[in-house]
Design a protein around this ligand. Structure first.
Ligand SMILES: CC(=O)/C=C/C=C(C)/C=C/C1=C(C)CCCC1(C)C
Ligand SMILES: CC(/C=C/C=O)=C\C=C\C=O
Ligand SMILES: [Fe+2]
Length: 546
């Protein structure tokens, strides 16, 4: 470990080396928008299914309230409402024009079903995975959604109760023996969820895998019809239970971090296309705290993997608890400080002596941009469904920014953490970031993310951040919540921002639509209404046509 940073962070990262010289699936079925198939899930009718999602009553006449408060009290956003049925597929009516070149499938995964019978889950991250598919073909758009058939989801359906430990939910035990059995299963990982609800990636060999933070929750799906094909079984015997929710996936590799909860540290591992075997690149020992910091995501450059060690650390006691704490399975240890470990991808060595690790004599440091929640883990609890569903109209979203870590590779023990741009440019809200994937690990200028138009309780804009000009362009529609902006480059594009940004929006009427923005102007070019609003999804990937 080479650098200690005096700030801590929670969030997602983009990164690059700073070089001295760098200053230099189609679906055949096409049906009418009203056609549906599938089955109703967990409950007899929509009222009982959503009984925990009551509208917030207001004793004031609506006209007496400021417009955002009217929206807050009247709406029931589909984003926080369980998906209405197991699956649907059909062609959407497009308003505006989808470019003819946009051809392929955007897959998005996320928690989408938050109840079993009359039992309602507490946290956004607890929901059973709902996959959504937007298939673009010659200006036409087909949408499909389907539940991921994890063991956790199937067992809940079969037994009508929670059977595995989710992000915050823990199965209830009928007797002491069952409780002891569950504890034993916790250490073997058997009682942990495989609910793959965080993201979906396409490996270099074409396989499409849904992921969550438990390793057993890696599930292969068919991108054409969203069918669950089975578990992705890692053939190595690395033996840890959790990994980063955001592996780095390119045509040539799958890189991820495995926190070691027993002997505090992290394994940096790599898997080749066509293989199920992760090989260890190197190991990082923790510098502070009783356990590794949460590694939801991590940054890479062309030559380095950066292992963030956050003061928000996994906590064995909280894992054992039946009731969630405000920080769930984690614990906040500011006294343990935060660290950025920089590992050379080729050698697996930590970059601690600059003279040994200068690449072509030009690398002077690593720049890491991060959605940074002002060293405050409160955001985790803000994502409780009750908070999201019962917004009063007051400004409730904690501040976040693009934090830029400047990590020197000259042996200095301290780096710097600065604002990449004035956070007011994006309303001091910042998460769900992405960049043009062709710029992964290289010098990039633009990032796309969800920002805030305040007051709000959740990021409600789509923002294009120009890190060179330190400016942001923002898309906003009153009362709506857009999902992760996903960038698709125009074939043959020369400019970094030549392409389309796709998002799925939950609107104030409880409905939803797919939204396409021209990335360069950041103006809307098309939208297509869904048959009904869809739950908020987290992360996605682009699957080009075969
Ligand atoms: C959706 C999202 O961003 C994060 C999901 C995280 C999950 C489901 C984490 C689950 C966990 C367990 C079930 C036990 C072990 C700890 C931890 C990885 C937090
Ligand atoms: C939904 C979210 C943060 C919103 C805060 O502003 C983060 C989700 C990360 C999951 O992958
Ligand atoms: Fe994430």
């Amino acid at each position: 470990m080479a650098f200690s940073l005096s700030y801590s962070t929670i969030g997602n990262y983009g990164s690059r080396s700073s070089m001295a010289a760098a200053n230099r699936g189609s679906s055949d079925s096409s049906s009418n928008i009203n056609d549906t198939f599938g089955q109703t899930i967990f409950g007899k009718n929509s009222k009982s299914r959503e009984s925990g999602v009551a509208r917030v009553a207001t004793d004031l006449p609506l006209v007496a309230r400021p417009p955002w408060k009217q929206v807050a009290t009247e709406r029931k956003l589909a984003a926080w409402t369980s998906v209405q049925q197991d699956r649907w597929e059909g062609e959407l009516v497009v308003q505006g024009e989808i470019p003819q070149w946009l051809s392929g499938t955007y897959l998005r995964n996320g928690p989408g079903l938050w109840h079993i019978g009359d039992y309602h889950f507490r946290h956004l991250f607890d929901g059973y995975a709902t996959l959504v598919r937007l298939h673009f073909d010659n200006g036409r758009l087909t949408m499909g959604h389907r539940q991921v058939e994890s063991d956790a989801y199937k067992a809940a359906r079969k037994n009508n109760k929670l059977c595995y430990r989710e992000f915050s939910e823990v199965p209830k035990h009928d007797n002491f023996l069952e409780y002891i059995g569950d504890l034993a299963n916790l250490f073997s990982g058997a009682s942990l969820t495989d609910n793959a609800n965080t993201g979906v990636v396409q490996l270099g060999d074409g396989r499409v895998v849904c992921l969550t933070e438990t390793i057993k929750g890696s599930i292969v799906i068919n991108p054409d019809n969203l069918e669950t094909l089975g578990k992705f079984e890692y053939s190595d015997s690395l033996g840890t239970l959790v990994h980063s929710a955001h592996p780095i996936v390119t045509e040539s590799e799958f890189l991820t971090l495995l926190p070691d909860l027993l002997n505090p540290g992290y394994l940096v591992v790599r898997m080749e296309p066509g293989s199920n075997e992760r090989k260890v690149i190197g190991r990082v020992e923790c510098r502070g705290g009783p356990s590794p910091g949460w590694v939801h995501s991590f940054p890479v450059t062309e030559h380095y993997v950066v292992v963030p060690e956050m003061p928000l650390r996994y906590c064995a006691q909280n894992l054992l608890r039946a009731e969630p704490t405000p920080l769930y399975k984690f614990e906040w240890h500011p006294e343990s400080k935060g660290f950025m470990h920089v590992m050379c991808k080729a050698s697996g060595k930590l970059v601690s002596f600059i003279k040994q690790h200068i690449y072509n004599g030009r690398v002077i440091g690593v720049i890491v941009d991060c959605c940074e929640h002002d060293a405050n883990p409160a955001i985790l609890d803000k994502l409780r469904l009750q908070n999201l569903r019962s917004w009063s109209g007051d400004d409730a979203l904690p501040d976040a920014r693009v934090g830029r870590f400047k990590i020197p590779l000259d042996g200095s023990p301290y780096g710097e953490l600065v604002d990449a741009l004035n956070p007011d440019e994006h309303g001091r809200g910042m998460d769900m970031c992405s960049i043009n994937p062709a710029y992964l690990g290289k010098k990039y200028r633009y990032a796309y993310a969800c920002g805030a138009q305040r007051p709000c309780n959740f990021p409600n804009t789509i923002t294009k951040i120009d890190l060179e000009q330190k400016k942001a362009k923002n898309w906003y529609e009153e009362g709506s919540v857009p999902s992760e902006p996903f960038f698709v480059a125009r074939p043959g594009a020369k400019k970094e921002d030549d392409g389309v940004v796709i998002s799925m929006v939950s609107d104030k009427n409880g409905e939803g639509y797919a939204l396409m923005l021209d990335t360069s102007t950041f103006e809307e070019i098309a939208r297509a209404k869904f048959p009904y609003g869809l739950p908020y999804g987290l992360h996605g990937c682009w699957v080009p046509n075969r």
